[in-house]
Design a binder for this molecule. Structure first.
Ligand SMILES: Cc1cc2nc3c(=O)[nH]c(=O)nc-3n(C[C@H](O)[C@H](O)[C@H](O)COP(=O)(O)O)c2cc1C
Length: 385
C-alpha cells in the first residue's frame, strides 16, 4: 500500500511492534484504508476488533447511548480483543488504541460531554496504569465544532478527528476547521444521512476539487474518504480514482460473521437485489423509535411493509406523514397499529416492520464471510493470495 495514501499517513502514528518478531521491527498498524462505519446494533467489540486486527480503522458505534458506564465497559471488552496492542510498559506502546469512537453529534449534545471526556482520558482501556484512548473521534449529524475543540484541548496529542459530511460546503468548512479526515457521504449510503444529497459519483469529485481550490499553499489536504453504496473492489478503485484515499463501509460489514446483527437480518440483506429499487430513504422509523431526529435527515432502509404503507399513505394524503403516535398506525394493514405492535415487532425481530438500514450497494453482497475476507475482497487481495 503506497504510503502516499493520505488516510494511512493520518494514522501513521499508530505503529506497533509486530508482536512475535523483533521489537525493532515496527509496522504501521493501519495498513488498509477501510473504515467500518459506526453502526448501532450492527457493530460492536467483535467487528471493531476484527477490522482493527486486519489493518483497517473501525469506528465503535456510541450511538443513542443512555448509560456511559455501559459504553466504557464495552470499550474495555473491545480493547481485550485487539491483537498485539503492546503492553503499556513496552517502548513500542503507541499511546492510542487502534480504533475510533463514533458519536451521533445531536445525541451527544443532548447527553452532555461527560462520556466523550471519559473516553478522551482513556477510561475505555483495561490497563490501570497507562490508559490509552482511541486514535480518533468521529462526529456525524450535527455541529461538531464544540467537540472538535474538546478533542483538541483534552485529547492526547496526535488524536484525530473524523467528520462525515454530505455537501461541498460542509466539506470546505471542515477543512477550514482543520478536521483530519473528511468522510463524504452520498445518497447511496445505508443508515442516516442528509435528505438533500448528491450521489457519491458527483459529490466526491466536487468535494475533492473544492478542497484543492480552498487549500492554502502551506496546508496539507485532509484525508477524504468515500461513503455510500460501496461493496466491491471495482467501486473501491473508482472512488480512489476520484480522489478518495479510502472508504467507509456500513452495509457491506452488516452480513459479516463478526457483526452482532441478527442472522435472519443478515440473510435478508444477502437475498436483496437491485438496491436502488429495494431500499428507500425515510424518516418513518425515527418516528416509530421516538428518537426525535433533527430536521434535514432521513435514513436509507430496505423496503418493507411499513415503507410500502407509508408510500401509499403519502400518495393519498400528501408528502408529509403525521409524526408521533400516528406513525404506529402503519404497523397494521388497516392502520389500526399502536405502540404495542412496535414493542412486539422489536421483541420478535420482525423485519417486515422493523428498519433494516441498508445502502444501495446491498445488491452486490452475495454471501456471508468474515470481516477480514470482506476487506480482502474490497482490495482485491483474495486474488493475490
Ligand atoms: C446500520 C447502519 C447504522 C449506521 N449508523 C450510523 C451512525 O450511528 N453514525 C454515523 O455517522 N453513520 C451511521 N451510518 C452511516 C455510515 O456512517 C455510512 O455513511 C454508510 O454506512 C455508508 O454507506 P453504506 O452503508 O452503503 O456502506 C450507519 C449505517 C448503517 C448501514
Amino acid at each position: 500500500m503506497a504510503i502516499s495514501n493520505k488516510f494511512l499517513q493520518t494514522f501513521r502514528h499508530l505503529t506497533r511492534a509486530t508482536g512475535s518478531g523483533s521489537l525493532k521491527t515496527l509496522v504501521p498498524r493501519v495498513t488498509r484504508p477501510i473504515v467500518s462505519a459506526p453502526m448501532n446494533g450492527w457493530s460492536g467489540p467483535s467487528l471493531v476488533a476484527a477490522v482493527a486486527n486486519h489493518g483497517g480503522m473501525p469506528i465503535y458505534p456510541i450511538g443513542y447511548y443512555t448509560d456511559p458506564a455501559k459504553i466504557l465497559q464495552e470499550l474495555k471488552n473491545t480493547a481485550t480483543l485487539i491483537h498485539d496492542v503492546d503492553p503499556p510498559t513496552s517502548p513500542n506502546n503507541t499511546d492510542f488504541l487502534p480504533y475510533a469512537v463514533g458519536f451521533i453529534t445531536f445525541w451527544l449534545e443532548r447527553q452532555g460531554p461527560e462520556l466523550l471526556l471519559a473516553i478522551l482520558r482513556g477510561e475505555g482501556d483495561t490497563s490501570s496504569s497507562h490508559k490509552r484512548p482511541p486514535a480518533a473521534y468521529w462526529f456525524s449529524f450535527g455541529d461538531y465544532r464544540p467537540y472538535l475543540a474538546l478533542v483538541r484541548e483534552h485529547g492526547r496529542p496526535g488524536s484525530k478527528v473524523i467528520v462525515q459530511v454530505s455537501t461541498v460546503q460542509e466539506a470546505v468548512e471542515a477543512q477550514n476547521d482543520k478536521v483530519d479526515v473528511i468522510v463524504v457521504q452520498g445518497t447511496e449510503a445505508g443508515g442516516h444521512g442528509a435528505q438533500k444529497v448528491s450521489p457519491l459519483m458527483t459529490l466526491l469529485p466536487e468535494v475533492v476539487h473544492a478542497l484543492h481550490e480552498n487549500k492554502t499553499s502551506s496546508q496539507t489536504l485532509p484525508a477524504v474518504l468515500a461513503a455510500g453504496g460501496i461493496s466491491t473492489a471495482a467501486q473501491f478503485k473508482a472512488v480512489e480514482s476520484m480522489g478518495a484515499s479510502g472508504v467507509v463501509i456500513g452495509t457491506g460489514f452488516m452480513p459479516t460473521d463478526e457483526s452482532p446483527g441478527p442472522q435472519r437480518a443478515k440473510d435478508r440483506l444477502l437475498k436483496t437485489l437491485d438496491g436502488g429499487v429495494n431500499t428507500v430513504r425515510t424518516r418513518i422509523f425515527d418516528d416509530l423509535r421516538e428518537f426525535d431526529w433533527p430536521e434535514g435527515y432521513d435514513g436509507r432502509v430496505l423496503r418493507n411493509l411499513v415503507t410500502e404503507r407509508e408510500a401509499k399513505y403519502e400518495q393519498a394524503h400528501g408528502p408529509v406523514f403525521n409524526k408521533g403516535a400516528a406513525s404506529f398506525k402503519l404497523l397494521k394493514e388497516d392502520h389500526s397499529g399502536e405502540k404495542a405492535d412496535w414493542v412486539k415487532a422489536t421483541a420478535e425481530q420482525d423485519y417486515d416492520l422493523l428498519p433494516l438500514w441498508s445502502g444501495t450497494g446491498v445488491g452486490l453482497l452475495k454471501k456471508q464471510m468474515s470481516a477480514a475476507a470482506f476487506m480482502d475482497l474490497l482490495l482485491d487481495e483474495e486474488k493475490k493470495q
